[in-house]
Design a protein around this ligand. Structure first.
Ligand SMILES: [Zn+2]
Length: 399
């Protein structure tokens, strides 16, 4: 069975928020039930998922201020006090930063406890990673979704780089600069599908296009200098453009330039025509942008969520919706432009409260993707897409 590297999944959210255990077998009964666990170590073993980039996310305080949800959060604070105190708080500076350290510790604890049974390990740098990979270990890496977890309430760059250093020493290898709300580093490009956005009162066109803050530009340089992968998912077009300008400038100045990536995404040309919301269309990279990512040796991790793959929401638990055909279609489209398969990877976003497709509803089913790609394009190409391109990204962008 071809090994798989999942560039983006979220078991850490369920572990941190709901005390789930990645060592246990889970059978989530619906794609929209929030407590269901879609990534666990038994499932990874079954589908030969050798590496996950386990993304940590402390839910942003901004949610509690959305006009439709304020009342809901008042009730939740009362009824689910234990869970709600894990949410980011507005009042405490650096709250998300201190909480994300707890989230990392919780995963490390479970990985250590499962090390013998699942031959699993957490590594903190690329040298350790290479050794663990050669030894055939299953590897859990840490990543962050959203720079709100780097800190807040400070205008000094050192404030954020001090946290970055600590997080990097703990093994954080990648960060999405943006998430659902503006933070100290940049604006947001959005990323919530329309039906959910409507229910909670999240703005339809959330992308404010303010771009990077001056601290944000320095954080980009810090990641390039120190070897942390910049993930552009959730970033606005303005932020992305500024990041590419920084890379180009660094190249002209003879500085080190590392790949940047979209770890969990679809393609604008495929999904965009079905989307009614402009921000959602521009949230996705188009083929020109993917070409740029490829030029810097970055990759595009294809997501398991049909709204971002084809622009059609399929969140009805009573209806069967599959993603494999659209993953294959996305691969074809990228190949037609790039004429190679070296920049395509897999980033499931499982456990990120996504609309999970029925054919890939748990990580134990992921070998269906490797098999489908292998059947259509052959073993060599399937190996590239399923793990070799992701290995290249880690090697080039992470120190
Ligand atoms: Zn995301």
């Amino acid at each position: 069975m071809i090994p798989i590297i999942d560039l983006h999944c979220h078991p850490a959210i369920k572990v941190y928020m709901f005390n789930k255990d990645i060592r246990h077998i889970h059978h989530p009964w619906s794609d929209v039930y929030p407590f269901g666990m879609h990534v666990d170590l038994p499932g990874m073993k079954e589908s030969n998922v050798r590496v996950i980039l386990c993304s940590h996310y402390i839910p942003e305080a901004g949610f509690t201020r959305l006009h439709k949800s304020e009342w809901l959060f008042k009730i939740l604070r009362w009824v689910l006090h234990g869970i709600m105190k894990r949410w980011e708080s507005y009042n405490n500076p650096d709250d998300a930063y201190s909480k994300v350290l707890q989230s990392i510790d919780k995963i490390n604890h479970q990985v250590a406890a499962g090390s013998e049974q699942f031959n699993v390990v957490n590594v903190t740098n690329i040298a350790e990673f290479k050794i663990a990979w050669k030894l055939g270990k299953t590897i859990v890496l840490h990543t962050l979704e959203g720079s709100h977890q780097l800190g807040s309430h400070s205008n000094y760059l050192e404030h954020y780089t001090t946290h970055l250093k600590i997080l990097k020493n703990k093994g954080v290898c990648s960060i999405t600069l943006a998430h659902f709300f503006e933070n100290s580093v940049c604006d947001t490009g959005g990323g919530i599908p329309p039906s959910t956005a409507h229910k909670i009162g999240y703005p339809e066109n959330a992308c404010t296009e303010k771009g990077l803050t001056s601290i944000g530009a320095d954080v980009v340089h810090w990641c390039q200098d120190n070897g942390m992968i910049i993930d552009l998912v959730h970033s606005s077009v303005t932020t992305r453009t500024q990041v590419y300008e920084i890379l180009e400038k660094r190249q002209n100045e003879g500085k080190i330039v590392r790949p940047v990536s979209f770890t969990h995404t679809g393609i604008r040309e495929l999904a965009g025509p079905n989307m009614k919301i402009d921000c959602d269309r521009y949230y996705l990279p188009d083929l020109d942008e993917i070409e740029k990512i490829s030029k810097y040796k970055g990759v595009v991790g294809l997501i398991l969520m049909n709204y971002w793959l084809i622009g059609i929401e399929e969140d009805d638990p009573g209806k069967i919706d599959n993603a494999i055909p659209y993953i294959l279609q996305s691969i074809d489209l990228i190949y037609k432009r790039l004429l190679h398969y070296d920049s395509i990877a897999i980033g499931t976003d499982l456990d990120g409260f996504t609309q999970v497709p029925d054919d890939l509803g748990h990580i134990r089913l992921l070998s269906k993707i490797s098999s489908a790609i292998q059947e259509k394009l052959g073993t060599e190409i399937a190996e590239k897409i399923c793990y070799k391109n992701a290995l290249g990204l880690l090697q080039h962008a992470w120190d």
